[in-house]
Design a protein around this ligand. Structure first.
Ligand code: AKB
Length: 318
């Protein structure tokens, strides 16, 4: 178990990444070191839990102060597809939530803050392949615009108040424990769930839509590595590009078919296609590798095998 003073506060802990990252942090630092929060009090027994609305500045400040929080993992956010349906909510949760968390964090000396940014901060003018950290960032979605602002607001707190802020631009994250909600890359998980349940799938993106992706164990490993990196090693702060591999829906379909030859996908792109069309195909993750040792272990075929094996018993229960 790693030694640490103070506690982790996780916002949005009931979401796709939060449910698994909470388990990882409890395993690494101990149950009494982790407070899992979400807008509805999380239903879990492995650590302390609380209801926390990140748009309520006073509640965020109070919890941080009263519970001796020294690291905030700020995951609460509205993702791309949901953000286009509810832009005001996305603005409120993503921008005001981040501002409240940053203000609470900067008021405590020695505080560390992690938050995920996204490939959504890129836009149609960004080059498509091997995209560097510094490039044209003109997102066209509310999600992308708010997350780009979060990166910049984080940098502002680092420069102005010395807050130890760290952030990653995550690609699509594939996982089986908690379904994601409201993302554009969610098709991949839906496809794998359909295959594991013995059904076929209608995909909301075109078969050739190539996007950068990563399997959850590699994402958790990346977050923990970035959190634990010595501050002095970080040249970048809130905008590390990371990805494991790129695939398009038909690559995933073909990979599933190697295990389940009867599986088939129908392609019926909807409004989420326009979001995916503005995102890059691949990212240059070399700064993350150089500055804090990022590496991803899973390949597409390894991920598909592991997903189908783990989803089979879960989809039987559903
Ligand atoms: C989404 O699809 O909105 C997210 C993301 C790529 O940030 N998974």
């Amino acid at each position: 178990m790693q030694q640490m003073d103070g506690r982790f506060l996780i916002t949005g802990s009931s979401g796709q990444i939060g449910t698994e990252l909470t388990v990882a942090l409890v395993g690494r630092y101990g149950a009494d070191r982790v407070i899992a929060t979400d807008i509805v009090k999380p239903n879990r027994k492995d650590c302390m839990t609380a209801a926390l609305d990140v748009t309520d500045a006073d509640s965020v400040k109070k919890l941080v102060k009263e519970e001796g929080v020294t690291t905030i993992v700020h995951l609460a956010a509205i993702l791309s597809a949901k953000g286009e349906k509810t832009p005001d909510l996305a603005f409120d949760v993503n921008v005001n939530g981040m501002r409240n968390v940053l203000n609470a964090a900067s008021a405590v000396s020695g505080m560390k803050l992690f938050f995920p940014s996204t490939i959504g901060i890129f836009g149609p003018d960004t080059p498509k392949d091997n995209v560097p950290i510094e490039t044209i960032t003109r997102p066209t979605t509310m999600y992308g615009m708010t997350k780009l602002f979060c990166e910049q607001l984080g940098e502002y707190h680092f420069r102005k108040y010395g807050l130890d802020v760290r952030g990653l631009r995550l690609p699509g994250i594939v996982s089986y424990r908690t379904p994601p909600g409201g993302g554009t890359t969610d098709y991949s998980i839906e496809m794998l769930r359909a295959a594991a349940g013995g059904g076929n799938y209608t995909c909301f993106l075109k078969r050739e839509t190539m996007l950068p992706m990563m399997y959850m164990p590699d994402a958790l490993d990346a977050i923990v590595k970035l959190l634990e990196a010595p501050s002095s090693a970080l040249v970048h702060r809130t905008n590390f590009n990371v990805m494991a591999f790129s695939f398009c829906p038909s690559d995933l379909e073909n990979e599933i078919r190697k295990i389940n030859p009867c599986f088939s996908v129908r392609y019926a792109p909807d409004e989420r296609q326009a979001i995916a069309d503005t995102w890059p195909r691949s990212l240059d993750s070399s700064a993350a590798a150089r500055e804090w040792g990022f590496s991803a272990k899973y390949t597409l075929s390894g991920m598909v095998r592991d997903m189908l094996m783990n989803l089979a018993p879960l989809t039987r229960k559903e």
